[in-house]
Write a protein of this length. Structure first.
Length: 210
């Protein structure tokens, strides 16, 4: 006499279905891997931002601080700030905040370097996009008041280095983007370095006060 097969209760049947479904999903994902984010065109990233009065350099209280804020819609791994005023110093550690500027995003940060004196600050790190706020500061000669003409008007170029789905390194660049003349100054007849945006959206003006 053959032994009867044990009856499966509702819980056993549910577990068996879940295991079968999980195995099928694993086979599908293995055969159809998701497209890597690095395969998207990071040359089309759009950034914008502002400048305003910052704190003096702690190592030189006669300097003038220029605070900047950059926001981008996509991920970047580096950026260059290019003011037309000579840079006398800059922050070396930069952090990003949520889009409202309230909380630090722990995964987003940059380390910066550049010649002193010089005309550029280069920063490398990690940034996830979503228009999170990158906040930093550089310093110019204290003889140059923030609102004095010609007013500081930095440009920004961003870069993204990734590994695509084939394991190859891919580098993208976007910009320049104009962070605008400093907010908080009285209006003047001065113009921004980039007076308008291109049709492709790659060159934007800042949204600071002219």
């Amino acid at each position: 006499m053959l032994n009867a097969m044990p009856r499966r209760g509702p819980l056993a049947v549910l577990i068996a279905l879940l295991l079968a479904g999980g195995a099928a999903l694993l086979l599908f994902v293995t055969a159809h891997p998701p497209k890597a984010a690095a395969d998207t065109n990071n040359n089309n990233i759009v950034c914008k931002g502002t400048t305003s009065k910052g704190a003096p350099d702690p190592n030189d209280d006669t300097s003038t601080g220029v605070a900047y804020m950059i926001r981008c819609n996509g991920p970047i791994t580096g950026y260059s700030v290019l003011p037309e005023h000579q840079v006398e110093g800059y922050e070396t550690e930069i952090f990003a905040f949520d889009p409202l500027g309230q909380n630090i995003v722990p995964t987003d940060a940059f380390a910066c370097q550049g010649d002193i004196p010089g005309y550029g600050v280069n920063c490398v790190g990690t940034y996830g996009g979503f228009f999170r706020q990158i906040r930093g500061e550089f310093f110019i000669d204290g003889k140059n008041s923030l609102c004095q003409e010609p007013r500081v008007d930095p440009l920004v170029v961003v870069t993204t280095a990734t590994i695509n789905s084939k394991g190859a390194a891919v580098t993208a660049m976007a910009g320049p983007f104009d962070l605008g003349r400093p907010r908080g100054c009285a209006p003047s007849k001065g113009k921004r370095r980039i007076p308008g945006s291109s049709s492709g959206g790659q060159v934007l003006t800042g949204d600071g006060t002219p």
